[in-house]
Write a protein that binds this ligand. Structure first.
Ligand SMILES: C[S@@+](CC[C@H](N)C(=O)[O-])C[C@H]1O[C@@H](n2cnc3c(N)ncnc32)[C@H](O)[C@@H]1O
Length: 269
C-alpha cells in the first residue's frame, strides 16, 4: 500500500474522472427519490495542491491548474470547477459526492490505508449523510449492494499497484452487477499498456454489463513509467452522458494537452 493520491490529485485523469462523477450525480439529482453513492477506493477526501508532493510531480499544475480561465462551461464541468476552485483544498471523489448529496441521499466511502482513512473520516464528519469506512472496498461492495434506494452511483477507483488489480476490479464489478444490475458504475483504470487496458475492457464486457461506455483520456502515447493515458468505464451511463462529457472535455482537455476517445463496449445511447 504505497500509493498516495496526493502526488496525482487534480491531474488530467482526475479532471475527467471527477467531471464524469459530477455528471452522474447531477443526473441522479434530477429525480426526487433518494440515491446512494458508494466509493470503494475513496482516498483521503481532500488534497492540498500546493503541498510538496503535488509540486514535485507538477501533475495538478498541468491538470486542473490550467483550467482557471474556462468560461461558458456545460453544467457538469461548471459544477466540478466550482467545487475544485481552491487549490489548497482540491476535493477527492468522496468530498465531491458528499457536497452533491441532498438530505435524502447518502454516501459510503471506503479507504484501506489507515492514515488516509482517518483523514477521510475527518473530512466527511460535517456531512450527516456521508459515512467513511476503514477497510477493503472490494469486500464492502459485496455487503453494500444492492442499496435499499435502488438508485446508486458506484465508483471503483483502485491504485493498480499490484499486477492482479485489473482482474480484482473486473471480478468486483461482475459480483456487483450480479447483486445490483441497474447501478451506474464508474471504473477507473490506467493505460500504461494498451493491450492490458483492452484486456480489462474485455473482462468488463464479460461481467454481464448490458450498457457500457469506455472513455479514454490521453496526453501522449501510453508509457510504462508514468501516467500519460487513463480510462474510465461507465456501466449504465445516464442518457446523453456521452454527449455531456464530449462537450465538457472539448473544453477541458486541450488546455491540459490531452484528448478523449469514446467507445461503446456494450449497447449505446
Ligand atoms: C486512486 S486513489 C483514490 C482516489 C479517489 N477515488 C479520488 O478520486 O479522489 C486509490 C485509493 O485506494 C486506496 N486503496 C487501496 N486498496 C484498497 C482497498 N482494497 N480498499 C479500499 N481502498 C483501497 C488507496 O490507499 C488509495 O487511497
Amino acid at each position: 500500500m504505497n500509493y498516495r493520491h496526493t502526488f496525482h490529485a487534480g491531474n488530467f485523469a482526475d479532471v475527467a474522472k471527477h467531471t464524469a462523477l459530477v455528471a452522474v450525480l447531477l443526473h441522479l439529482r434530477k429525480r426526487e427519490s433518494a440515491f446512494a453513492v458508494i466509493d470503494s477506493h475513496a482516498g483521503r477526501g481532500v488534497y492540498d495542491l500546493r503541498s510538496q508532493e503535488a509540486l514535485r510531480t507538477g501533475e495538478a499544475a498541468n491538470g486542473v491548474g490550467r483550467l482557471a480561465g474556462l468560461q461558458d462551461c456545460p453544467p457538469a464541468l461548471a459544477a466540478y470547477l466550482e467545487l475544485a476552485r481552491a487549490p489548497e483544498a482540491y476535493p477527492g471523489s468522496p468530498l465531491i459526492a458528499a457536497k452533491l448529496l441532498r438530505p435524502q441521499d447518502r454516501l459510503v466511502a471506503v479507504e484501506k490505508h489507515p492514515e488516509d482513512a482517518a483523514a477521510l473520516a475527518a473530512v466527511l464528519k460535517p456531512f450527516r449523510k456521508a459515512r467513511a469506512e476503514s477497510g477493503d472496498g472490494y469486500a464492502r461492495l459485496a455487503a453494500l449492494l444492492p442499496p435499499p434506494e435502488r438508485r446508486a452511483a458506484i465508483l471503483i477507483d483502485p491504485p493498480y499497484e499490484s499486477a492482479h488489480e485489473f482482474s480484482d476490479a473486473a471480478r468486483a464489478l461482475t459480483g456487483a452487477l450480479r447483486r445490483f444490475a441497474t447501478g451506474i458504475y464508474l471504473i477507473w483504470f490506467p493505460i500504461k499498456s494498451p493491450a492490458e487496458a483492452d484486456g480489462f475492457c474485455g473482462e468488463v464486457l464479460a461481467s454481464g454489463a448490458r450498457k457500457a461506455l469506455r472513455l479514454d483520456v490521453m496526453r501522449s502515447a501510453p508509457r510504462d513509467d508514468r501516467l500519460t493515458a487513463a480510462g474510465l468505464v461507465i456501466v449504465n451511463p445516464p442518457f446523453k452522458f456521452e454527449e455531456e462529457m464530449r462537450a465538457a472535455l472539448t473544453l477541458a482537455l486541450p488546455p491540459m494537452g490531452a484528448q478523449a476517445r469514446f467507445l461503446w463496449l456494450a449497447g449505446d445511447d
